[in-house]
Design a protein around this ligand. Structure first.
Ligand SMILES: Nc1nc2c(c(=O)[nH]1)N[C@H]1C(S)=C(S)[C@@H](COP(=O)(O)O)O[C@H]1N2
Ligand SMILES: [Mo]
Length: 417
């Protein structure tokens, strides 16, 4: 892509809109949508009793979770993906936030809900849903990323859509009780070397060991997401929120917390969710999701339909280590980089939206984004990652993603070697 030229408009977005877009509008007139009376203005609309709980308008019916049928043997122990190519801002609506279950999503009534805290505690306790609502609560926005997100891309470009390459990701505003408050209620031995073994009420239980320090730091026993009850598929009525750490630790339908002196080394932290390295040994306890950014539009499912001129490049960035401080965007496959504009200041362990406004003249592009977090960590390229991790991995792929844009605006998942 050496001959690739890039033209940035000096006047920025305002100049771009004033010039090219308004002249196009003139060419379209007279426009019946402006000059003629339309049905929706000559008839009345739906009454307020038509939709007691709303769904997106039918014209948005493509903005849905999708699964990849060949990935798993059945849909019970499987995953679907958030349509991040079609969303903007940072909050993921629960209705299209990815689901990952090991034994299906269970229906558990609030009145049947119990949380047992036992093990190395002075008073083992059983809490009802109503009990949990009576402890002091907090509200925070956090991203949740499955460790397997982008996992299929270790072997090279595989899936042609950011929904599938990066959509095991959601970002919600959670309301819940800090885990440390409930541990104090049970009189837990909070020594630093202790662990918690956390289980869900579903058949898989998804048991995981959590170090005491993380439990005391920022984990939440959450019962609301984006202001409303958790959806069944996200763990109704109560789930654990483990900010910045791999999604597998975010135990849904939270049933039991046992304070233990040693990690349990369950299936989900030995046979699964460990990283097989080039030398044949496996790395365990790789909990934190390292900084990562991806361009959500344009992307294979969101090609450039509007032709040449102003183009908004947009995407998401996040880090399990804290705030995103900068996102760089490249149009030429990483040869040169420009600093993107952040939607608003990055917040701790939550998705950050970025924008990069360009004037596109039909040149082919190799689009990339890379994230930098508050620790100074810079998101690696896929080759840098493979040099350290080998090629046997499934989890924790945070390499820089490349989209090839052709002169027609069609976008494809590619990899630069
Ligand atoms: N009880 C229980 N908790 C669970 C799981 C599960 O199967 N059962 N799946 C885990 C995995 S692997 C991930 S990535 C997240 C996904 O959360 P979500 O379904 O709300 O997106 O939940 C985790 N918590
Ligand atoms: Mo996961």
């Amino acid at each position: 892509m050496a001959g690739l030229t890039r033209r940035r408009m000096l006047g920025g977005a305002a100049a771009a809109t004033g010039g090219l877009l308004s002249s196009k509008a003139e060419a379209r007139s007279p426009d019946p949508l402006i000059t003629e009376l339309q049905d929706w203005a000559s008839q009345t609309g739906d009454g307020v009793d038509a939709t007691p709980y709303g769904l997106p308008i039918e014209y948005e019916r493509d903005v849905i979770r999708r699964n990849v049928p060949w990935l798993t043997a059945d849909t019970i122990s499987s995953v679907n993906f958030t349509p991040i190519h079609a969303l903007d801002g940072t909050i993921t609506p629960q209705g299209c936030a990815f689901e990952r279950h090991h034994s299906g999503a269970i229906a558990l009534r609030k009145q049947d809900y119990r949380l047992l805290i036992n093990g190395l505690v002075e008073n083992p306790i059983v809490l009802t849903y109503g009990d949990i609502e009576r402890f002091p609560r907090e509200t925070h926005v956090y991203f949740c990323e499955c460790a397997a997100n982008t996992g299929m891309e270790w072997a090279g470009a595989q899936l042609n859509g950011v929904q599938f390459t990066h959509g095991m990701l959601h970002n919600m505003e959670y309301t819940g009780v800090p885990l440390r408050v409930l541990l104090a209620e049970a009189g837990a031995d909070m020594s630093d070397q202790n662990w918690l073994y956390i289980e869900g009420a579903d058949a898989s239980s998804n048991g995981r060991s959590l170090p005491m320090a993380k439990a005391l730091d920022d984990c939440l026993v959450a019962f609301k997401a984006n202001g409303e009850a958790l959806r069944k598929e996200h763990g109704y009525p109560v789930r654990l929120v483990v900010p910045g750490w791999e999604g597998n630790l975010w135990v849904k339908w939270l049933r039991r917390i046992e304070v233990v002196a040693e990690a349990v080394e369950s299936r989900e932290e030995t046979s699964k969710y460990t990283d097989l390295l080039a030398n044949g040994t496996a790395r365990k306890w790789s909990w934190v999701m390292d900084a990562k950014a991806v361009i959500t539009s344009p992307s294979p499912q969101a090609p450039i339909f509007h032709g040449y001129g102003p183009l908004v490049i947009s995407g998401l960035a996040w880090s399990g280590h804290g705030r995103i401080t900068r996102v760089d965007v490249s149009l030429d496959g990483g040869v040169s980089w420009e600093i993107a504009r952040l939607g608003y200041r990055g917040s701790d362990k939550a998705l950050t939206r970025f924008y990069h406004d360009i004037h596109w003249n039909g040149n082919e592009m190799l689009l990339q984004a890379r994230a930098i977090d508050e620790t100074g960590y810079v998101q690696p390229t896929k080759s840098q990652l493979r040099a350290v991790r080998g090629e046997n991995s499934i989890y924790h792929n945070n390499g820089v993603q490349t989209w090839y844009v052709d002169s027609q605006g069609v976008v494809e998942n590619v990899e630069i070697t």
